[in-house]
Design a protein around this ligand. Structure first.
Ligand code: CP
Length: 300
């Protein structure tokens, strides 16, 4: 059977994504009960990270260890990638040695090149286009707190970048209604937006959040963005801060999520992460459980 990759949420069917999230909930319960479940015993995961990471890296490393396998972290400083070895050669070499590869690279094209050359499953640990692993944790978190996300009203407020693109794909796959509010010039890729019938751009953060069941944001300036441009971004994005007053416009049952790391005082108010409506710490913890479920899905 051909390898399955996880480069975007569209690499799985809706039913498969539901199965992964359901399995993540089982694995979370097993971990809370301290029961041992070593479904990946003897398996090795290579983790090629060209950018910093806390949650994604720890989710995969701890996840492999808890499932009885082993993860090897490779930064550009440690590998020949940092000295110009072609990414497709690296993919072929790692495929001879490990059972799967996780990659964080700014270039989505490099990720695709790697996956095409690899003969083992390849997982997108975030590119400038998509962050599908984060969405598995977000959907698990919402589902745990409020039940199925299908049909719910979701607001994405902020930069039309990789998290926004992933929410558009998630709206396609899980069937929720997505309203996106971005400053002019920072909208999502029009092709990605057009691919989803239930995602729309709206004119203001308030319009997006009105009666929303789930409100999501991300940093205004992501890894890889031009540092010179940052000051301009702060001014343009200021009306898009998610704060307590904005969240008061949402449903009384609203959940607030942020993939983290957050910049308090910028895309979120100083205090919002600890507001009772915020579930960001549960969301971060669910990175572990969903990534374990994803590894099992791809490897067993
Ligand atoms: N949200 C997220 O991907 O966090 P890290 O950059 O710490 O992995």
């Amino acid at each position: 059977m051909a390898n399955r990759d996880f480069l975007t949420l569209l690499d799985c069917s809706s039913e498969e994504l539901d199965d992964i999230v359901e399995r993540a909930r089982e694995l979370k319960t097993q971990r809370q009960d301290r029961s041992l479940h070593q479904s990946l015993s003897g398996r090795t995961l290579a983790m090629v990270f060209q950018q910093n990471s806390t949650r994604t890296r720890m989710g995969f490393e701890a996840g492999m260890s808890q499932l009885g396998g082993h993860a090897v972290f490779l930064s550009p400083d440690d590998t020949q990638l940092g000295r110009g070895e072609p990414i497709s050669d690296t993919a072929r070499v790692l495929s001879e040695m490990v059972d799967a590869v996780v990659i964080r690279t700014p270039s989505h094209e490099d990720l695709v090149t790697f996956a095409e050359a690899a003969s083992v499953p390849v997982i997108n640990a975030m590119t400038s286009r998509f962050h599908p692993c984060q969405l598995l944790a977000d959907v698990q978190t919402y589902t745990e707190l409020r039940g199925p996300i299908a049909g719910r009203a979701v607001a994405f407020v902020g930069d039309g970048y990789n998290m926004c693109h992933s929410y558009i794909n998630a709206a396609r796959q899980w069937g929720f209604q997505l309203k996106i509010a971005c400053p002019e010039g920072y909208e999502p890729d029009p092709e990605i937006l057009a691919s989803c019938n239930n995602a729309v751009l709206v004119g203001s953060a308030r319009e997006a959040v009105d009666q929303a069941d789930l409100v999501v944001t991300d940093v205004w300036s992501s890894m890889g963005h031009d540092k010179e441009e940052q000051a301009g971004r702060m001014t343009r994005f200021a009306p898009y801060q998610v704060n307590e007053d904005l969240l008061d416009q949402a449903s009384p049952e609203v959940v607030f999520l942020h993939c983290l790391p957050a910049h308090r005082g910028e895309e979120v108010s100083e205090t919002l992460l600890d507001d009772p409506r915020s579930a960001v710490w549960q969301e971060a913890g669910n990175r572990l459980h969903t990534q374990k479920a994803l590894l099992e899905f791809l490897l067993t």
